[in-house]
Design a protein around this ligand. Sequence first.
Ligand SMILES: *Cc1c(COP(=O)(O)O)cnc(C)c1O
Length: 372
Amino acid sequence: MSVIDPVLRPQPRPGVLAIEAYVPGKSAAPGVAKIHKLSSNETPLGPSPRAIEAVRAEAATLALYPDGSATRLRAAIGARYGLDPARIVCGAGSDELLTLLALAFVGPGDEGIFCEHGFLVYRIAILTAGGTPVVAPETNLTANVDAILAAVTLRTRIVYLANPNNPTGTYLPFEEVRRLQAGLPGNVVLVLDGAYAEYVRANDYTAGLELALDAPNVVMTRTFSKIHGLAAQRIGWMVGSEVVVDAVNRIRGPFNLSAGGIAAGAAAIADEAHVAAAIAHNDEWLAWLTRAVEALGLTVTPSVGNFLLVHFSDAPGRTAAEADAHLTRAGVIVRRVSSYGLPNALRVSVGSAEANRAFVDALADFLGPQRS
Ligand SMILES: *Cc1c(COP(=O)(O)O)cnc(C)c1O
């Protein structure tokens, strides 16, 4: 008889089987000719023309490996924000960096904290690393520093805070972030996910970047997927202390960014006029959408991002699920957020003028003549 048991099968670690894979926003409405995709917080302005040109130029050298250190991109980011490029690591989207941070600092038996309605990638990252996810309750759909600090134990190794948060759009002012950092043990890595930083008007991000440079346990992650309009290229970056940067550089893939991503990111971050246009568009249409949805009798969580969270009634015929189905039939694709603990809300990205109007028209049509 063979010493090899014939019924043995590969067995993923228990943490792996606890992961519910991330489900991206829908991108199709079957049978509808014209669709407006407002489900993934992409920018209606698209990328900088300079970024498109930079990707095209890379087509000539596709056979060559890219620069594994993304030197050009780190230099461009450093120049834009006054940061030492040695303290920057780039990733295949900030999602990759969020996962690498967990892999570098969290192990079996360790805990990682994130907020009640926080971005789902955090839970997946902590479980991927073999750690235990710990959820801190929120107040009024907003992160609560005292609740996060109360969740800290001797086993805590990482805290993720999206600021502003997706899908709520709510925001903690810098004094609160500072209070959180001051209250955490020095061995706990505080990850400030600034995916929507550029859209925030009360801009505390200079202070956030400085904190990430000064405090050994603070990291800020940023992305080119949102305001820079380069989601398809998968480009993110983080800034942090030498210890954190060194750890992530040891475990990341040696060529984790494509040549096109490096070139596009470097071009995009230098095009400040394009970013300013995207901010101006968002300011105008976020306010317009908020007023229009409230005028229909629905509640909107005040947002500082490029999306808004709309709350629906529990009454049959009026729920978020039914609204989503109606909007989809009208070609307006929004995001259900049940997996974020918000079963009766929808998240809507700020789109083009045409898409925003199509959304409000379809929503008015759904609510009918006798709205609340
Ligand atoms: C969109 C988003 C990101 C960005 O992810 P990428 O991998 O950079 O595309 C990160 N965090 C939050 C909260 C987001 O909503």
